[in-house]
Design a protein around this ligand. Structure first.
Ligand code: GTP
Length: 332
């Protein structure tokens, strides 16, 4: 849990982004956010080339494998990419761009997923519940998601369901004010299910398009708290039969592969429908998208690459790959 200051990066309210799916300039933000991972992939692989070309032999393949593993993509995927390079180039002298092009296309293939944006209700408000462990970036992601949906012309109401932590409600209120969206909140300690109920009710009464429900951070092992999530679901479902339409698990990319395996149990217990992967800018381990795609039978719906609302977008494997290799392979 970090101290939160929504005005940290800028004193200005965010400009209303264009109608596009992603905020203008997101590619540059993504590229900047992934710079640590990109450096490992591009610079370290480049360092394998002392002269212009290099023979692809066992030594080269072993060194390449070690670099790939450092991005946290996992031993299996790193081995798969190495084997592809082996199949294509073994015994031949290759150039850096040949190797990077293969790494890029294999990586993109490993991160691929069906297009799965948020499933909106056919009529009436869409209810999105946001869950995750403490400090994973839930509150910030809710603000980012609200800004993103607003930029698509949706009216949004936030339900400040992290009543456990007064500061969380305060954070969300500041964000709601800044983004110009409604918020339903209650005293600290109030049953979060009652906040969910009121927020959904508010959305129904006021014809809002989307309700985003914040929840307190918790671990899968905290039975009472996991039951609380069930109660929130049930209460939302009392007001709108199909609700919640989405349950998004917020995952901190810096948590590493272990943290991610632990979160698998969480996502199953909470019946999650998708992932918001945060803090990709915080580490050189952007390759973690690969084990996430393999560990969870869930799509990565959104990614966060910084602390401002603009540092957020729908995840797209191709674009992610482009951002990682733009400086060396160029952008098509
Ligand atoms: N660099 C970076 N920081 C982020 C990102 N998303 C969230 N943060 C920061 O991570 C910290 C925790 O974020 P919160 O949104 O408060 O996390 P939370 O999950 O709501 O925390 P709890 O309420 O304690 O469970 C804050 O300092 C955020 O600014 C991101 O994509 N990149």
């Amino acid at each position: 849990m970090g101290l939160f200051n929504p005005f940290k990066k800028s004193e200005e309210k965010p400009a209303a982004p264009a109608e596009a799916e992603q905020p203008k300039g997101f590619f540059s933000r993504l590229k900047a956010g992934l710079v640590k991972t990109s450096r490992v992939l591009n610079t370290d692989i480049r360092d394998l080339f002392k002269q212009e070309g290099r023979l692809v032999d066992d030594e080269f393949l072993t060194e390449l494998y070690a670099i790939l593993v450092r991005t946290d993509m996992g031993a299996g995927p790193a081995g798969k990419i190495r084997d592809q390079i082996k199949t294509e180039y073994r015994g031949r002298v290759v150039h850096l761009s040949d190797v990077l092009a293969t790494v890029k296309s294999e990586l993109v293939a490993l991160m691929q997923q069906p297009e799965t944006p948020i499933v909106f209700a056919e009529s009436g408000p869409t209810v999105v519940m946001v869950v995750g462990v403490n400090g994973s970036g839930k509150t910030t992601s809710i603000a980012k998601l609200a800004g993103h949906l607003k930029s698509q012309g949706k009216s949004v109401v936030l339900g400040a369901g992290d009543t456990f932590r007064a500061a969380a409600v305060e954070q969300l209120s500041i964000w709601a004010d800044r983004l110009g969206v409604d918020i339903v909140k209650a005293e600290q300690g109030t049953d979060p299910a009652s906040v969910a109920f009121k927020a959904v009710d508010f959305a129904l009464q006021n014809n809002k398009d989307v309700v985003i429900l914040d929840t307190a951070g918790r671990l899968q092992t905290q039975k009472n708290l996991m039951n609380e999530l069930d109660k929130i679901r049930r209460v939302a479902g009392k007001k709108i039969e199909e609700a919640p339409h989405e349950v998004l698990l917020v995952l901190d990319a810096t948590a590493g592969q272990n943290g991610i395996s632990q979160a698998k149990g969480f996502s199953e217990a909470a019946n999650c429908t998708g992932i918001i992967l945060t803090k990709l800018d915080g580490s050189a381990k952007g390759g973690v998208v690969v084990p996430i795609r393999q560990t969870f039978n869930l799509p990565v719906k959104y990614i966060g690459v910084g602390e401002t609302p603009e540092d957020f977008a729908v995840f797209n494997a191709e674009q992610f790959g482009e951002a990682l290799f733009a400086d060396t392979l160029g952008k098509p």
